[in-house]
Design a protein. Structure first.
Length: 136
C-alpha cells in the first residue's frame, strides 16, 4: 500500500506517518523503484496501536518503549500495567488541579457579578495586583 492509502485507512495524515517514521515509531517503509513508500498490514496495526495509546495520553518516548514491549516475544503485562497506573495517577492529579481552577474561576466570576451590581463598577480582577500572582 502507498502512504496515501495507509493514511486514509489509519485515519492519519501523510505527514503524521512520515513523522512517526522519522521518530522511529514506525519502521522505515521499503521503497518501490519509483521511490514510493510501500506499507503492509503490520504497519496499519502499528499505526492503530500508536493512535490508541496516544489517546490514552502516552508521549512519543513512552509509545516507543511500549512498541518495544509489543515487539518482544514475551509481551509482559506488568510493565504496561505500571505505565497505565502512572497515567491514571497523572490524570487524577490533573483533574484535582482542574477542580481547584474551576473553584477559583467561580469565585472570580462571583466577585465580578457582585461588583457589576454597583453604580460605579470597577473590575475586581483587574484591580488585584498581588493576590494569586505567585501561585503559578
Amino acid at each position: 500500500m502507498h502512504i496515501g492509502t495507509v493514511a486514509k485507512e489509519a485515519g492519519l495524515s501523510v505527514d503524521a506517518i512520515r513523522f512517526y517514521e522519522r521518530n522511529s515509531l514506525l519502521r522505515r517503509a521499503p521503497r518501490t523503484e519509483g521511490g514510493f513508500r510501500q506499507y503492509g498490514e503490520d504497519d496499519l496495526e502499528t499505526l492503530a496501536f500508536i493512535r490508541r495509546v496516544q489517546g490514552l495520553g502516552f508521549k512519543l518516548s513512552e509509545i516507543r518503549s511500549l512498541l518495544d514491549l509489543r515487539g518482544s516475544r514475551l509481551q509482559p503485562c506488568a510493565p504496561v500495567r505500571r505505565r497505565l497506573q502512572g497515567k491514571l495517577a497523572d490524570v487524577r492529579r490533573k483533574l484535582a488541579d482542574l477542580r481547584k481552577l474551576e473553584q477559583e474561576l467561580r469565585i472570580a466570576l462571583h466577585s465580578c457579578e457582585r461588583e457589576l451590581r454597583k453604580q460605579n463598577a470597577h473590575c475586581p480582577i483587574l484591580r488585584e495586583t498581588t493576590k494569586g500572582q505567585n501561585d503559578g
